[in-house]
Design a protein around this ligand. Structure first.
Ligand SMILES: C[S@@+](CC[C@H](N)C(=O)[O-])C[C@H]1O[C@@H](n2cnc3c(N)ncnc32)[C@H](O)[C@@H]1O
Length: 385
């Protein structure tokens, strides 16, 4: 343990500006703001192996900050975090409990503190910066340098592998046959209802809607109940398209099935320039945030001026603090397209958190959800918000 780490455990009260001066003096003398307890231990004990976990000064602050701070002390703790960020502290390092500093605050019931918001904002800044840096990074990657990890090549992450993998409809879920990745699960039905209501809110006799990603057809069944004039469904996977055929979706008078990836199908639709939607919903699989950013180009081209765009918001949902970072990030990104995004909150079923005993995730390879609240997004053009 170093002096920096000791300081971040608040050994004395009250917490005065002296803490900030001390912190500044350590950092300006060259101690990194990301210097971990594990590194300090290894240094003291001459251990040479790279530590697997990272307990940073921010972790210590979040773990040890007293809960009975007065106003002056709160301001000092806030400033200490600002100073750490100024010197390059990271928001996403994980400690021995696999917790980020934000996770520690959530566990301690301090999510309402301004400190938590600071960590989320740091995450947003870091993600934006990373995006900029990786744009340039591409130029420096030598051919053959990128070795795809097993995870990156898996159907859950790789669109081509997904489209080539066999799918299986089982009780309450659609999964990849081989790996049992959950493509869609019926616990999401309430979320689909929220979405179906959102994108048909301007419902009239003339309702024209687009859903991207059929999956189990949960939202499309709900959308049919709204009697749309035209209901477009874009779906890329051959097994899902076969199921849609079997269930008669191709024969429905008001349904147009766009068989293929949205990247190709929406391009054609946009070029036609004749179809515009009251509502668009996006819920695919094995795509990334960068794909959704590309989709925004089509959304602004295909959405009516008073239309509503929504999407399945699972961005970063396997860790609450990351979920909140993406919530802010997507708002910023949509604003760049002239869309204002608001969120409705919905409690997700408690079975999702059940540890031990029977669980929703029992037959699924990896649980993709661990947040108590779902943030349902509704984006509309700013002029009409
Ligand atoms: C999570 S499921 C959709 C679930 C759906 N919202 C429901 O209510 O059942 C995702 C679907 O998106 C499809 N999909 C994945 N990538 C796609 C793409 N690029 N274009 C069109 N569909 C895609 C998958 O084949 C899958 O059927």
């Amino acid at each position: 343990m170093s002096q920096l780490h000791d300081l971040c455990k608040f050994p004395t009260r009250p917490i005065t500006v002296e803490y900030v001066s001390q912190l500044r003096s350590y950092l300006s003398s060259g101690v990194p703001a990301t210097y971990t307890v594990e590194e300090a231990y290894n240094y003291e004990n001459r251990v040479e192996t790279e530590p697997a976990t990272a307990t940073t000064p921010l972790h210590l602050i979040c773990t040890h900050v007293p809960t009975d701070l007065d106003e002056g002390e709160t301001a000092v703790v806030d400033e200490m975090c600002d100073v750490l960020f100024e010197y390059g502290a990271g928001w996403s390092f994980t400690d021995v409990n696999n917790e980020t500093p934000g996770c520690v605050l959530i566990r301690r019931g301090l999510k309402d503190w301004a400190l938590y918001e600071k960590l989320v904002d740091a995450g947003v800044r870091a993600e934006l910066l990373l995006r900029k840096v990786s744009e340039y990074d591409v130029e420096f990657v030598e051919e053959g340098e990128v070795v795809a990890s097993e995870e990156a090549a898996a159907p859950s992450h790789n669109q081509q592998a997904f489209l080539e993998s066999k799918l299986e409809y089982v009780d309450d879920a659609l999964v990849t046959k081989e790996r049992k990745d959950g493509v869609m699960m019926s616990w999401e039905s309430d979320i689909m209802q929220l979405a179906a209501d959102s994108i048909t809110v301007n419902g009239s006799d003339d309702l024209c809607i687009l859903n991207i990603g059929f999956g189990m057809g949960i939202i499309d069944t709900m959308l049919q109940q709204k009697n749309p004039r035209k209901h477009y469904i874009c779906e890329a996977h051959p097994d899902v398209l076969a199921k849609m055929k079997q269930d008669g979706w191709f024969e429905k008078a008001n349904v147009v099935v766009l068989s293929g990836r949205w990247q190709d199908e929406l391009d054609k639709l946009l070029s036609q320039g004749t179809v515009f939607f009251d509502g668009i919903y996006y819920d695919t699989f094995s795509e990334h945030y960068s794909d959704m950013l590309e989709l925004f180009d089509y959304v602004v081209g295909l959405l009516k001026p008073d239309g509503v765009f929504s999407f399945f918001n699972g961005l970063g949902a396997d860790r609450q603090v990351i979920y909140e970072v993406y919530k802010k990030l997507v708002q910023i990104d949509l604003e760049n397209y002239g869309l204002r995004c608001r969120f409705k909150e919905m409690r997700v079923p408690p079975e999702l958190f059940k540890k031990g005993g029977e669980s929703i995730w029992d037959d699924i390879k990896r649980s993709y959800w661990s947040c108590p609240i779902y943030y349902h997004p509704e984006a509309t053009f700013m002029d009409f918000s």
